[in-house]
Design a protein around this ligand. Structure first.
Ligand code: HEC
Length: 151
């Protein structure tokens, strides 16, 4: 039941994101000093894992490879979105990001493969730490405010 609710929330978020014209300046580096939930070790471990497992689709800097990640491809699936803070990954709380990586997008009608059997919990957290390390403070803080980051 809880799971069903979360899936519903995800689709609502996705829908909301797709129609949104909210613009976020990711190039602007903030000078705010924001402590984050992860360590430097996690970021460096996650960077390697990301290059091995995710960069082929999401880009080596998590910038995404399609010109417009909101535009469906010819087969109706969506291109891999950027995870660098410029798309909508920052709308999702940590447990949901973990679950997306575990299960991939297939259960939700997407095409991303699941990594449940390939990455353990620590490795998944490290990968998230790495792509979050690319988020400007402004985005990170919005994520934290919205999701209560450190659950
Ligand atoms: C085969 C290509 C492919 C690979 C490999 C892949 N992804 Fe994805 N990813 C996608 C696609 C496509 C989507 C959009 C949803 C869908 O269609 O499944 C997505 C969606 C996501 C999302 C949701 C983003 C959002 O804005 O809600 C996250 C998080 C994510 N991927 C993380 C990862 C991580 C971390 C890895 C490596 C462990 C990875 N992906 C590997 C293709 C891929």
């Amino acid at each position: 039941m809880k799971e069903l609710l979360q899936i519903t929330i995800l689709s609502v978020l996705l829908t909301a994101c797709n129609g949104q014209s909210e613009s976020i300046e990711t190039s602007k580096k903030s000078t705010l000093d924001s402590p984050r939930w992860y360590s430097a070790e996690q970021v460096s471990q996650g960077g390697e894992l990301f290059q091995e497992n995710c960069a082929g689709c999401h880009g080596d800097k998590a910038q995404g490879l399609a010109r417009d990640w909101k535009k469906p491809l010819a087969d109706g699936s969506y291109p891999p979105p950027p995870l660098n803070g410029s798309a909508h990954a920052w709308h999702h709380p940590l447990p949901l990001l973990m679950r997306t990586i575990d299960r991939g997008g297939v259960p939700l009608g997407g095409v991303m493969p699941g990594f449940r059997d390939k990455l353990n919990e620590d490795e998944k957290l490290a990968v998230i730490a790495w792509f979050q390390s690319l988020w400007p403070d402004e985005i990170y803080q919005r994520w934290e405010k919205r999701n209560g980051a450190r659950q």
